[in-house]
Design a protein around this ligand. Sequence first.
Ligand SMILES: [Zn+2]
Length: 312
Amino acid sequence: MAIVVGIDVGGTTTKGALVEGDGTVVERTEVPTQRDAATKTIIGVAESLLIAAREGGHTPRAVGIGAAGFVEHSTGSVTFSPNLVYDDPHISAAVSSATDLPVTVDNDANAAAWGERTFGVSRGCDDVAMLTIGTGIGSGFIVAGKLVRGHSGAAAEFGHTVLDPSGPPCPCGLKGCLEQLASGGAMGRLGRAAAEQDPSTKMLEMAGGVTAIDGEHVAAAAAQHDEAATRVLRSAGRWLGIGLSNLVNVFDPEIIVLGGGAVEAGEAYLGVARDQLAAMTAAQRRRPMRVDVAALGNDAGIMGAAALALEI
Ligand SMILES: [Zn+2]
């Protein structure tokens, strides 16, 4: 069976796996991403997986990479990356010369969307919208069976669509982006603000101090029916639902897939988003939208990178 290397480059960790054509993971590895030398990290992961492949009697035929940042898919180069430094932006050429294998590179959220579509919850669907909601919000869109990459690879940055132009500033340079209103990072910011007002909130007790409160504390406190935390999740969920309505107006997808750590906040967040979206689609007399949680969890990126490599 065909076997390939899939690599998912994130802001803190780089994950890689040897993946067979049916999605079986034969070997996996995970290392911290060198923040000033992400391309070196990728090459290190690829080389260690190729050694493991040889020892196991496998012959990988290609390398697929999902990389955080704006990626020009046709050349396999990163053109803009706010959170990471790629010591060599021409990732495809660098990894190909180190491994002697063909290499394909895409944005990490695109890879995750492709992973869910190939091996996960949206398998077989040709029109898919996926949001990866963590500290920020990444997104990948599949239209008529193809990933939407845009003219220069900078498409599908739905997290940076503006919902409130006078809202909180975003590292991307704009204000009030969806990411600043509905992500895990936004939950943390809103949770800290709520704890300043209400020192009795469980969020404070869980985090040990206002500045330590993050999205996970908000979700955990809401799960224990903390009122302030529940209000934060309701706000984030409402903004997410509004964002999803905008997305539906652009793409009319068959399925919306929500992944990333923030979906673990559960129904106090996702239920509000679904209700908001349902109210807005009903107002427009649209059909009800299918909104599912990603099936591959943290593996969506590596599985998608592998799936893209299998298609070379
Ligand atoms: Zn932004």
